[in-house]
Design a protein around this ligand. Structure first.
Ligand code: BT5
Length: 298
């Protein structure tokens, strides 16, 4: 491999912990932010901390790791996050509305797309990259996966409804030969220049926190206008490239559907119309985008 340029070497340096400290937490409304060198998985560790020390790990507490030894995706699939060239970050959510009542758990399915929208905005601002959402939890650039998002439930504090641990992995400065799978890309590859990991993380956290608070203010209703603008449902629909495409959906039990993805319902489920006209609302599964005439991957 060629030697890194100084800008590339700088981009591969450690995260700037000074910029990821109290001032960011204040500005973005985070309850705390911790950066560790190495952990098995930020999602697993944050779930442990949420259960063991609920009073110290409140709403919008953030855990970031330079390196994960056992990062995972859905169904325990491995997630590769090489030290120094990716982001591994988890955010704890204990959502309450403006009157202080816990959010209806029906709204919880929107936290992953909310994170994906925030990351999309951060990628645009920091790296000038146009990305899109691929249902259910990927952020892609030209059909290649730059980020995966994984949300799971954690115990609620003091008898409250469950908390959510929302983990995001982002490929930032991986080179072509470091990509873990052929369907992946990285921010620096897509931008054609080095991308600052700390800056990307700061923007992501600021943007996520703002959107999350706006969503909580409407009690987790995906149809309600956010911050005086469009609803979360309509923003997510617009950003999701799966919609309008022919898809194959691999359902959790091993069953498959093939047809056209037509939209999202108000709980974030993917609406699919099979070739015979049968309609389905899919709340969990893996999607393969099909080209009109073949069974290929896009
Ligand atoms: C995901 O799962 O895409 C969710 C990944 C979430 C990772 C974050 S990192 C911080 C937090 N801590 C964790 O332990 N997890 C979260 P899924 O849709 O199941 O996709 C997993 C698949 O993506 C794997 O089977 C590989 O094919 C592929 N993959 C693995 N590493 C990748 C990478 N770095 N870039 C692109 N694709 C990857």
């Amino acid at each position: 491999m060629d030697q890194d340029t100084p800008a590339e070497a700088e981009a591969r340096g450690p995260l700037d912990r000074e910029r990821l400290g109290a001032e960011l937490a204040d500005r973005a409304g985070l309850s705390r932010i911790e950066v560790v060198d190495e952990i098995d998985s930020t999602n697993t560790e944050l779930s442990r901390l949420a259960a063991a020390e609920p009073d110290s790990w409140g709403d919008l507490a953030v855990l970031v790791a330079e390196k994960q030894t056992s990062g995972h995706g859905r169904l325990h699939r491995p997630w590769a996050s090489p030290a120094g060239s990716s982001l591994a970050v988890s955010i704890l959510l204990r959502p309450h509305n403006a009157s202080g009542r816990p959010l209806p758990t029906l709204g919880y399915s929107w936290f992953s797309p909310l994170a994906a929208l925030a990351l999309r905005e951060a990628l645009a601002q920091v790296a000038g990259i146009e990305s899109a959402l691929k249902w259910p939890n990927d952020v892609v650039v030209d059909g290649l996966k730059i980020s995966g998002i994984l949300a799971h439930l954690a115990p609620g504090a003091h008898g409250e409804p469950p908390a959510v641990v929302l983990g995001t992995g982002v490929n930032v400065s991986l080179s072509e030969d470091e990509l873990p799978v052929p369907t992946a890309t990285s921010a620096s590859l897509a931008a054609g220049r080095p991308v600052d990991r700390t800056e990307l993380l700061v923007r992501y956290l600021e943007d996520f926190s703002r959107r999350y608070r706006a969503f909580c203010a409407v009690d987790g209703n995906a149809d309600a206008p956010l911050e005086g603008g469009r609803s979360l449902l309509s923003r997510v629909q617009d950003a999701t490239i799966t919609l309008g495409r022919r898809v194959r959906v691999e359902l959790p039990g091993g069953r498959r559907l093939e047809g056209r993805a037509t939209g999202l319902d108000r709980h974030g489920a993917l609406q699919v119309v099979e070739d015979g006209g049968e309609r389905h609302a899919v709340s969990a599964g893996d999607v393969v985008h099909l080209r009109p005439a073949d069974g290929g991957y896009a």
